[in-house]
Design a protein around this ligand. Structure first.
Ligand code: PEP
Ligand code: MG
Length: 897
């Protein structure tokens, strides 16, 4: 294997092999920018090191050769007694991991070469300060000495010397410090500071490899979803010095402003300093523009280099540079990080400057950035008092008074007060309170818990699973980390970070949201003279418009109500992909379902159904009106029974108490009868139980009723001059037989309504694919289905065998911790497993019906990474909550370019 690459050998597209820093150093060398000579040890070498636990022997030989070339070019030898070459040894992985891994500067200095450096540079103080820095850095990063020891020794020296800053230390002080630091190394690590330059280099290289696997690096990667097995490259670069007096210095620069995108020279400069001084904030930096006065030649050269980089990379770049006695050197560049707003502005600016195309522009922004721009946010400048942190379940910023139940929520909101509903967990009974609240906080539950799904669906801010929150309904008290709160106390939730704050934190609205919901005009109006914001709104508009033009998949929304449907439509939804009809029966209509399911005679059942028909018809009329002319997928009822029946334990307690008290009244008799029925229906695993099509086949007339309601709503809408386009969807199908039975029943009902109304009614009848068996037998199911929609929530649950209601609280944290999972499969589609079933289902379904229309309506339909997967899998649409529609439009566009 070849492990070492000269800067002249690589290029910017080799980030996998050379890491980001190495690839860009090579690229800058290639295009003739002033980069100090050096070489990169590839990530392959790091992987070999991790595998074998030692540095591969060939590497030493390759390093020797590459080093020799640098020495020959510069005409100095590493650690030479007279004119020493010094090198820096820096990590550089495929993905930037700022500050997570090791760097050692000034490698090559020892008791002899420090004198050589002093003589050669003509600056004795500089030489000893460099040596002092080497022992310190080498000691802490390579030899694992606690950095605090060095810092304490330095402070002590400054105190003794009466020096205010490092710069006030004299040569003699620094010489003392070097001795003291070497003593610390000896004491703390049990070995001498190595004097041999090559030994220093080899140990530093090994330390950088090792730093890939420190706890903090692993933690960072887990958070950023960076794979653990990539390894880091190591860059060995000839040192140039920014601390050789007033004609030297170091700084960072951006080719345009990373927060607005405006072009110009943005950055900081620190005269007479080394790189880490800028970061450590030891002295105040100057604005980059001041360099123009200090050193016009270097400044001009820097500005030229920035222009060159920006046209070459065709993007905003950031740069680290050093000026050594009037000579400019570039030490690093990369495509620069930027705020969400700047990402949109820069992308369109680059289009206007003819550097990129619109296709490229949409690739330069992300759905995550767009959603950041859509939600109201806490004012970044405001003070805040953090109480605790839970899971960020539904983004946004919510401030309100604590309420603990529906009654309090309704009462306070009626009085015009914003409220936050705080619960241990939520269930369908809390729906009223959730609707009334501006935010929801729960102590338990994960990202697909009831609270989270419902909140996302409504676009409400929610933080769930905040374990430090305890709710005592009896005492009307909430305790968070020792703080006692009561209904009426104000808290603030950040649904983007999961943070919970005490008291009022000011919220700022988003003009981008106004634009998305009401169009360009309203968006610009909301900018109120803020030119940067206007530019942003226009940039978002151009990018979203282009995404709509290029995407293949259409975007629908998951909506259960006409209000949600209208919101979705405003945001660009092209239909409803999932109306969960069981949600239409939550709250005060729940009793209808309870009566129906528990009915023991035909008469009782018929009554329960008769009561439902007008309600459902009215629901569908409203929904079809809101979605007039667009496909509206109505899913037949899919209630996990535990959400609709009274709680078995509670009911049993009520009945037992009544018995004990000898109560015999009507209520007691009804409760006792109900208990028998609930016992009969009780399931250990309701999510695997009588749901969806199973319930439909079990309770005669239930699906027929819903289908009739759809058909009658169609007739009504047509008579009102509308263009209703319902699609009927059957949930939780596992076998083609189930589908056949429902289809026959549906066709019978539709025929009847056709005959009685004289209208031709042929809504497509399709099914959800949300069980592995359905995906695997999709070729059969497609015989009876006009369309498929992947229910990836249940498909994930049943493929992994993870309960979607329990999993995140139970052991996900451990799974994420020990790397079994890098992200919840309920959030981003598990491509290898669940995704393979999606692909199999698509292939099999289209084998039977080549033009079979296929979409997805699980939570993944709004997740950026998953949307790209569904595009590749050949889906026709994704369906997601109304608030994620703009994000899905953008990502579907990005997937297509
Ligand atoms: C699904 O399972 O992915 C789905 C959309 O249905 P529900 O979430 O209602 O079970
Ligand atoms: Mg489902």
């Amino acid at each position: 294997a070849k492990y070492v690459y000269r800067f002249s050998e690589g290029g910017k597209d080799q980030r996998d092999l050379l890491g980001g820093k190495g690839a860009n150093l090579a690229e800058m060398t290639k295009i003739g920018l002033p980069v100090p000579p050096g070489f990169t040890i590839s990530t392959e070498a790091c992987r070999a090191y991790m595998e074998k636990g030692r540095v591969p022997p060939e590497l030493r030989v390759e390093v020797t050769m590459a080093l020799r070339e640098i020495e020959d070019r510069i005409g100095r030898r590493l650690g030479d007694f007279h004119e020493p070459l010094l090198v820096s040894v820096r990590s550089g992985a495929r993905f930037s991991m700022p500050g997570m891994m090791d760097t050692v500067l000034n490698v090559g200095l020892n008791d002899a070469s420090v004198r050589g450096l002093a003589e050669f540079s003509g600056d004795e103080r500089f030489a000893w300060d460099s040596y002092r820095r080497l022992v310190q850095m080498f000691g802490s990063t390579v030899l694992d000495v606690d950095g605090a020891h060095f810092a304490a020794a330095l402070e002590e020296k400054k105190r003794q010397a009466g020096a205010a800053t490092d710069v006030d230390l004299t040569v003699a002080h620094l010489q003392d410090l070097v001795e003291a630091f070497k003593g610390l190394v000896r004491e703390q690590s049990g070995r001498e500071f190595p004097q041999h330059p090559r030994e220093q280099l080899d140990l530093a290289i090994e330390a950088v490899f090792g730093s890939w696997n420190t706890d903090r690096a692993r933690l960072y990667r887990r958070r950023e979803r960076i794979p653990n097995d990539l390894g880091t490259a190591v860059n060995v670069v000839a040192m140039v010095f920014g601390n050789l007096g007033e004609t030297s210095g170091t700084g960072v620069a951006f080719t345009r402003d990373p927060s607005t995108g405006h072009s110009g020279a943005y950055g900081d400069y620190l005269p007479n300093a080394q790189g880490e001084d800028v970061v450590a904030g030891i002295r105040n930096t100057l604005a980059l523009a001041e360099l123009e006065q200090l050193d016009p030649t270097s400044y001009r050269e820097l500005v030229q280099a920035m222009r060159r980089l920006e046209t070459h990379y065709r993007d905003l770049c950031d740069i680290e540079f050093t000026i050594e006695r009037g000579k400019l050197w570039l030490l690093q560049t990369r495509v620069g990080k930027r705020t969400a707003g700047a990402a949109f502005r820069v992308a369109t600016q680059l289009v206007d400057e003819n550097l990129i195309t619109m296709d490229e522009a949409i690739a330069r922004v992300t759905g995550a950035q767009l959603s950041q721009l859509l939600f109201p946010q806490f004012d970044a400048d405001a003070d805040r008092d953090l109480l605790t942190k839970g899971m960020a379940a539904s983004p946004g910023a919510a401030v309100g008074e604590i309420v603990l139940d529906n009654a309090q929520a309704l009462q306070r909101t009626a009085a015009g007060v914003d409220v936050i509903l705080v619960r241990r967990e939520t269930n369908p009974d809390d729906l009223q309170g959730m609707i009334a609240a501006t935010g929801i906080l729960t102590a338990r539950g994960g990202k697909t818990s009831h609270a989270a799904v419902v909140a996302r669906g409504m676009g409400k801010t929610a933080v769930v699973g905040a374990e430090e929150v305890s709710v005592d309904i009896g005492a009307q008290e909430v305790r968070i980390n020792g703080t006692k709160l009561q209904p009426g106390d104000v808290i603030a939730l950040d649904g983007t970070t999961g943070e919970v704050f005490l008291g009022r934190v000011p919220v700022v609205d988003s003009p981008v949201m106004r634009y998305v919901a009401e169009g360009v005009h309203a968006g610009l109006e909301a900018c109120a003279g803020d030119d940067d914001m206007r530019e942003l709104v226009l940039a978002v508009d151009r990018i979203l418009t282009h995404a709509d033009e290029v995407r293949r998949m259409s975007v629908r929304a998951n909506c259960d109500t006409a209000t949600a449907a209208r919101q979705a439509r405003e945001r660009g939804a092209e239909g409803i992909g999932l109306c969960r009809t069981e949600h239409q029966f939550l709250g005060d209509r729940r009793g209808h379902i309870e009566r129906l399911v528990l009915a023991s005679t035909d008469k009782e059942r018929a009554e329960a159904l008769a009561a439902l028909l007008p309600l459902q018809r009215a629901d569908f009329i409203e929904l079809l009106e809101a979605m007039d002319g667009l496909p509206t997928t109505i899913r037949l009822i899919d209630p996990p029974l535990h959400e609709f029946l009274p709680d078995l334990t509670e009911l049993a307690v009520t009945v037992a108490l009544a018995n004990e008290r000898g109560e015999t009244g009507e209520d007691a008799a009804r409760d006792a009868a109900l208990l028998t029925e609930v016992r009969r229906m009780h399931e250990q695993n309701p999510m695997l139980g009588m749901r969806g099509v199973r319930l439909g086949l079990k309770v005669p007339g239930l699906f027929a009723l819903q289908i009739r309601a759809v058909a009658e709503a169609m007739v009504e809408r047509r008579r009102a001059g509308g263009d209703p386009r319902p699609e009927i969807m059957v949930p939780l199908v596992g076998s083609v037989r189930e589908m056949q039975i429902v289809r026959d029943e549906a066709e019978e009902v539709l025929d009847e309504v056709c005959r009685s109304s004289g209208e031709l009614l042929e809504p497509p009848i399709g099914c959800m694919i949300e069980l592995p068996r359905a995906a695997l037998t999709a070729h059969r199911i497609a015989e009876e289905a006009d369309f498929f929609s992947f229910g990836t929530n249940d498909l994930t649950q049943t493929t992994w065998g993870f309960s979607r209601d329990d999993v995140e609280g139970a052991f996900f944290a451990d799974y994420l911790e020990n790397g079994v999972l890098t992200i919840s499969p309920f959030e981003t589609i598990d491509g290898d497993g669940v995704g393979a079933l999606v692909v199999a289902g698509v292939t099999a379904g289209r084998h039977t019906k080549p033009r079979l229309h296929i979409g997805v309506c699980g939570e993944h339909g709004g997740d950026p990474e998953s949307i790209h997967f569904f595009h590749r899998a050949g889906l026709d649409y994704v369906s997601c909550s109304p608030f994620r529609v703009p994000v899905a439009r953008l990502e579907a566009g990005r997937a297509a370019v």
